[in-house]
Design a protein around this ligand. Structure first.
Ligand SMILES: NC(=O)c1ccc[n+]([C@@H]2O[C@H](COP(=O)([O-])OP(=O)(O)OC[C@H]3O[C@@H](n4cnc5c(N)ncnc54)[C@H](OP(=O)(O)O)[C@@H]3O)[C@@H](O)[C@H]2O)c1
Length: 339
């Protein structure tokens, strides 16, 4: 690497800034440090970031809910930019390619990051780096939730929590495009308006409405085919009560804390329900599957069916403030960090 040289218009230097944490805790544990970027090993590439995605999972790693493999640790799993170095044996990528990823090893909160090339996809011309960093993890998640975990056909009624958030904003639009009635939960009138603008069929403001009662009213007593719950602990039982008999509970996040100590008999009591706890890594687990899921997502974005709402942009150095806003329910849509 040469100091001061350029690859596809991006300046390349021998040093890179990254956010790391040496102990788990609040946002204050995040520190901005200078590192010498590693050279990619066999099967790896180094990506120079133009934008980095902010996700709730980053907070789980920072707090220790999900353990980092070692400390000090980098943070973040999603980024977009340009390939600046390619390791031995990598065939589908070359220096200068515009790329994005959502399943990197921890360390995406950085100016550049080394990761397995098999996790990296090439961006179509119509999708810029900020959009990609805002869309990859959240959009691939919506892809598997709506197209694979429960392959929605159109005509179903679903409940989707946090409908004005990053994942939720994409889900509202994608569900509408599929002809699915999405009932979204939100915590303010502004968030309700945003979710409805994005195609939610109805919204429920959890700060002043009873979720089960409203679902009963909205569905004429029929309740939901599927509930997508990323809130976790606080909403587990409410979500089960919003399902019709033999409905599917998709518990896919822990914004309020993890669901623990479940007696499986509750699924019988509440109507022979199904439950699953999926993750992106369990669905985009091969190169072929990742490519197919990304192609589906990019096609939805390029067709205009799904537009990626970047509600907030923060400089990389302000990652702690960005995480505070996300955990404090102050963000809408996606948030990106700009190196
Ligand atoms: N399993 C997977 O594969 C996967 C992949 C991606 C994301 N996720 C999960 O999906 C969820 C959404 O992720 P995101 O990055 O797009 O975040 P987000 O939805 O933009 O932000 C989280 C939202 O959750 C709601 N919320 C409800 N209770 C909360 C609480 N106690 N603390 C904080 N927020 C609370 C808030 O919306 P209101 O104020 O409107 O209630 C908040 O804005 C997260 O739980 C994440 O872990 C899972």
């Amino acid at each position: 690497m040469t100091d001061g040289s350029f690859i596809s218009g991006l300046r390349v230097s021998n040093m890179a800034k990254r956010i790391q944490f040496a102990r788990t805790g609040g946002p204050e544990v995040l520190e901005l440090v200078d590192v010498t970027p590693a050279e990619p090993g066999p099967g790896e590439v180094r990506v120079r970031h133009q934008a980095v995605g902010l996700n709730f999972i980053d907070i789980y790693f920072r707090t220790g809910l999900y353990p980092a493999p070692a400390l000090p640790s980098g943070l973040g799993t999603e980024g977009a930019g340009v390939v600046e170095a390619v390791g031995e044996g990598v065939e589908h990528l070359a220096v200068g390619d515009r790329v994005a990823y959502a399943q990197g090893p921890l360390g995406a909160y950085a100016e550049s990051h080394v990761l397995p090339a098999e996790k990296v996809v090439t961006l179509p011309d119509g999708i810029d780096a900020e959009t990609a960093a805002a869309a990859m993890l959240k959009g691939l998640t919506v892809q598997y939730l709506l197209r694979q975990t429960y392959p929605l056909q159109g005509g179903e009624t679903i409940l989707f929590h946090a409908a004005a958030g990053g994942v939720g904003s994409i889900a509202c639009q994608w569900a509408k495009a599929l002809g699915v009635k999405l009932i979204g939960t939100v915590s303010s009138p502004e968030k309700a308006a945003l979710a409805e603008k994005n195609g939610a069929w109805a919204t429920i403001d959890t700060t002043r409405e009873d979720v089960v009662e409203r679902v009963r009213e909205l569905t004429g007593g029929a309740m939901c085919d599927v509930v997508y719950d990323s809130v976790g602990k606080d909403t587990w039982e409410t979500s089960l009560d919003c399902l019709k008999k033999r409905g599917l509970m998709v518990s896919f996040g822990n914004a309020s804390g993890p669901v623990e100590g479940v007696n499986i008999g509750i699924l019988n009591q509440k109507g022979s329900l199904f439950v699953t706890r999926p993750s992106l890594n369990g669905y985009a687990d091969t190169r072929e599957r990742l490519e197919a899921m990304a192609a589906d997502l990019f096609a939805r974005i390029e067709s205009g069916e799904v537009s990626i709402d970047i509600g907030q942009r923060y400089p990389l150095a302000e990652a702690a403030e960005a995480q505070e806003a996300l955990a404090g329910r102050k963000t809408t849509g996606s948030t990106v960090l700009i190196p």
